[in-house]
Design a protein. Structure first.
Lengths: 441, 420
């Protein structure tokens, strides 16, 4: 007998698109909710444009690899919500659902006639999570974001980089990932509250605003001490402190050295390792691993103050050693001796070489009807009673239209056919996929 | 509708025991600020993160760590020495009153004290326990040491962050600051705990959750994994913008005030975008040749991409303060933003409109300070900071005596024997 799932019998109406919203509902699906993705090919963003379609496949609505990974565990209903008939159908769906979630601009759902007041009329205890860039309230609610813009405006970008250089920022939409986390967290919190009190609510999440508390210590350093982040030596790259500047905490934990990235053998693009010593004892262990008593024994390296003061020399000497070591071998030697070290890992490293992620089954192959067999990212939480799982590949667009319209909502087969003829379930002038023709048989 | 500000938070009535260091304290804050009664159990003398700066007025002291302040709002604190028989016995009694235990000890530590989930659930089958650890409870790296920097390396963050060769030659991969490895782990831990709580409202039973920070970080690099899985590509680092298989146009431009603007232009250049861009630039007299009808031809636009980005957009942004570019561009529908240092957020009108900044009282020093507020506005059960971070063992009497029923004499004996 299979184990129950945490969100058994929970249904989610998912209007989300692009990345942050779908990343939120991916996790609700992994936890067992029935996630119904409402899509329309003429205004689709997430399947296209695709830069992750395998080289041997045609780019179309069903061949984005990143869409697949972001939308596992969901069903797809293609529906023109901006038609009267489509709106009527989606209202019937909302009536038998628990959560409505979307990441449009702030007034879109209301303009469709699906504002929170209307959602409540349909389903009084609905949990409605809106995930717009700036939220639904506040003077800039109509501003738009992508991850990099939310990161820039909230201060996250500025905290990444070398001093006296441009901000390095984040090399991806961190706030699409993290905005997605908050979308799922808000939905679960609202759901728990509903189960306890019988009351739903509107949770007005903002991608930009949710980034701001992630800078908490830097913000308090300013509001409490008046010290801003626009200062010499900040941000300190990978170090806890930049040599030659005032000794202040740089918001990444204790101020120590060594605390840096070091090149490793054979010197390729991602052949780097990071090493951190949180105490003199850890430093002495590293000295043993490096077999470096000759250069490391002088008094200047014995104390954390000395190592911070002579950090340039320290880092040069550590790197001279690390360049003789392969990064996984260095990691094993250091960790066996109780020294904090791990390799910089590319995506290939994580999927192919990381023994821990392999052991924990983080990348499990799953068959997708258009993409074939590929590894999909797994959940980072292991539940004893209600395991999270990847149980459905991402849906083909409109793949579950018949199942939902006829099976769940109880419309007749003739009504389904009529809806395909009149442009409710698929644009009349757009070629249908073969599985849609099968639905109409 | 009821005035939301008077309502309890969505997690009101939940009792959480937090045995967490830097790895898990943010998860406790997320739960506490949403209304849970989070009891932080610290070793006698206080949790080591009280020694992490910056400190109030730069005076190091366990009650003056601003990092500790931020990550421990809306919690109560008791001290307990789990290695003593008294400590274990009291913890076991507390566990009988708890809905959730969040712990970040090394794998197996609580079980070695006979305080593992299997022991605790016998007296409290509704108990949910979440272990949030660097690598999870199993696997070859289970007992490896970690840090924020180590997680950003192995999780894949660093492989994606850095500089164009033209900006910083021979640059290392860069780990973004701010302790985000812990944030990533805590977001997933919060999600796991909430899922287990929702399940408990239906099934009545608790469960154990094993959350790995390494896995959380490895899941937080957007399309890096799928670029590899579906196309075999390993992406290159670029200044202030997305990793990519091949070089893409820059998105970060220096403004007149010396700060930067994130302006997304490359990859979006079509005739409509160029018309809108020409209007934006022209409103400051900076359109150059961009209003020329030849820019309505896609081939011409493509051939002049570098001119548009590196001359026109760059010169436009260089002529104005970053904040002005940000608001002028957004008003015309451009998804652009100013690259701000955190302190610049204090002047943000939008955040003020949302009531984002909170005054938090620190009664022991007779002062109050401004703290960052909520990611989301809950209209039926508000987020709030119910109290500043607790002092070490501030609630020992309240919890041990008033709630657990120990006498003041017993408390004395526990203190003298270093159990609390």
């Amino acid at each position: 007998m299979s184990l129950p799932r945490a969100l058994e019998n929970i249904r989610v109406v998912d209007f989300s698109w692009v990345r942050a919203g779908p990343w939120a509902t991916r996790w609700l699906g992994a936890l067992g909710a029935e996630v119904i993705k409402i899509e329309w090919p003429e205004s689709e963003r997430g399947r296209l444009p695709s830069s992750t379609t395998p080289q041997n496949l045609e780019v179309n609505l069903n061949t984005s690899g990143n869409f697949n990974d972001t939308n596992v565990n969901k069903k797809s209903l293609s529906l023109n919500v901006r038609s009267a008939k489509g709106l009527e159908i989606v209202k019937r769906l909302i009536d038998i659902s628990d959560i409505v979630i979307e990441n449009f601009s702030s007034r879109v759902l209301r303009n469709w006639g699906l504002g929170y007041d209307e959602l409540c009329r349909i389903k009084p205890d609905i949990v409605y999570v809106s995930m717009s860039g700036y939220g639904h309230t506040g003077r800039n609610h109509s501003y738009t974001t992508f991850g990099p813009v939310a990161q820039a405006v909230s201060g996250l970008t500025y905290l990444s980089g070398l001093p006296d250089k441009l901000p390095a920022g984040w090399g991806w939409s961190y706030m699409d990932d993290t905005g997605g986390m908050y979308g799922a967290m808000c939905a679960l919190t609202g759901l728990y509250h509903r189960n306890m009190t019988g009351r739903g609510q509107h949770i007005d999440l903002s991608q930009m605003v949710s980034s701001v508390p992630l800078n908490g210590p830097a913000l308090l350093d300013f509001t409490v001490n008046g010290r801003g982040s626009l200062r010499a030596g900040f941000p300190p790259g990978n170090r806890a402190h930049w040599p030659g500047t005032a000794l202040v905490n740089n918001y990444r934990g204790p101020t120590v050295a060594p605390h840096n990235a070091y090149r490793t053998h054979p010197g390729g693009y991602n052949d780097w390792c990071v090493i951190v010593c949180h105490s003199d004892e850890e430093w002495q262990r590293l000295v043993q691993v490096m077999d470096a008593t000759s250069w490391a024994s002088p008094e200047k390296f014995a104390t954390v103050a000395g190592r911070l003061q002579h950090q340039e020399e320290l880092d040069e000497k550590i790197e001279a050693w690390s360049m003789t070591q392969e990064k996984y071998a260095l990691t094993e030697r250091c960790q066996a001796a109780g020294v904090r070290a791990l390799p910089v890992q590319s995506a290939e490293d994580r999927v192919e070489h990381d023994p821990q992620l392999h052991h924990r089954q983080m990348y499990q192959a799953m068959e997708h009807p258009a993409l074939g067999l590929h590894k999909v990212q797994n959940a980072p939480f292991k539940f004893s009673a209600t395991p999270a799982s990847n149980h459905l590949p991402s849906p083909l667009i409109g793949q579950h239209t018949q199942e939902i319209v006829e099976g769940l909502l109880g419309y007749s087969h003739d009504e389904l056919r009529a809806g395909f003829s009149d442009g409710t379930f698929w644009p009349t002038k757009r070629a249908r996929f073969p599985y849609m023709e099968d639905m109409l048989q | 509708m009821t005035d939301a500000a008077t309502l309890p938070g969505p997690l009101a009535g939940l009792r959480v025991l937090e045995l967490a260091d830097e790895k898990g304290q943010f998860c406790g804050k997320l739960l506490g600020d949403l209304g849970a009664d989070v009891v932080k159990i610290e070793p006698p003398g206080g949790e080591p993160n009280r020694h992490v700066g910056p400190f109030l007025d730069d005076i190091p002291h366990p009650e003056r760590s601003l990092s500790f302040w931020h990550y421990n709002t809306s919690k109560r604190s008791i001290t307990l020495h789990l290695a003593t028989a008294d400590g274990r016995q009291i913890f076991s009694r507390l566990a009988g009153t708890a809905d959730v235990i969040l712990e970040t000890f090394r794998p197996g530590f609580l079980a070695s004290l006979e305080l593992g989930y299997e022991s605790l659930r016998e007296q409290n089958p509704r108990l949910i326990m979440c272990s949030l650890t660097p690598f999870g409870q199993t696997g070859p790296w289970r007992d490896y040491l970690s840090s924020d920097l180590l997680h950003m390396a192995a999780g894949g963050e660093m492989a994606s962050c850095g500089y164009d060769e033209a900006d910083v030659a021979d640059a290392p991969p860069i780990a973004p600051g701010g302790g985000n490895a812990w944030h990533m782990g805590c977001h997933f831990a919060y999600m796991g705990i909430m899922a287990a709580l929702v399940h408990r409202t239906v099934a009545g039973q608790g469960q154990y959750i094993d959350v790995s920070i390494h896995e959380a970080c490895a899941l937080t690099t957007e399309a890096a994994i799928t670029n590899y899985v579906y196309r075999g590509e390993v992406l290159r680092r670029q200044t202030g913008r997305h990793h990519a298989a091949g070089a893409t146009p820059r998105t970060q431009f220096r403004a007149k005030d010396g700060t930067y603007v994130c302006a997304l232009v490359g990859g979006r250049l079509n005739p409509k975008f160029v018309r809108d861009l020409a209007e934006l630039l022209d409103s400051y007299g900076m359109a150059g040749d961009l209003k020329d009808p030849k820019y309505q031809d896609q081939a011409f636009i493509t051939a002049n991409t570098s001119h548009i980005i590196d001359d026109l957009v760059a010169d436009f942004i260089a002529s104005l303060p970053a904040e002005e570019v940000y608001h002028a561009a957004q008003a015309r529908g451009f998804t652009w933003g100013a690259v701000r240092a955190p302190e610049m957020l204090l002047d943000d009108g939008h955040l003020h409109d949302r009531g984002f900044w909170k005054q938090v009282e620190h009664p022991e020093i007779g002062r109050s300070f401004v703290y960052p507020g909520e990611a989301a506005i809950y209209n039926g059960s508000p987020w709030r900071i119910s109290r500043r971070a607790p002092l070490v063992g501030e609630h020992n009497t309240e919890i041990f005596c008033d709630e657990l029923g120990l006498s003041r004499g017993e408390l004395l004996v526990l203190a003298e024997n270093r159990a609390i």
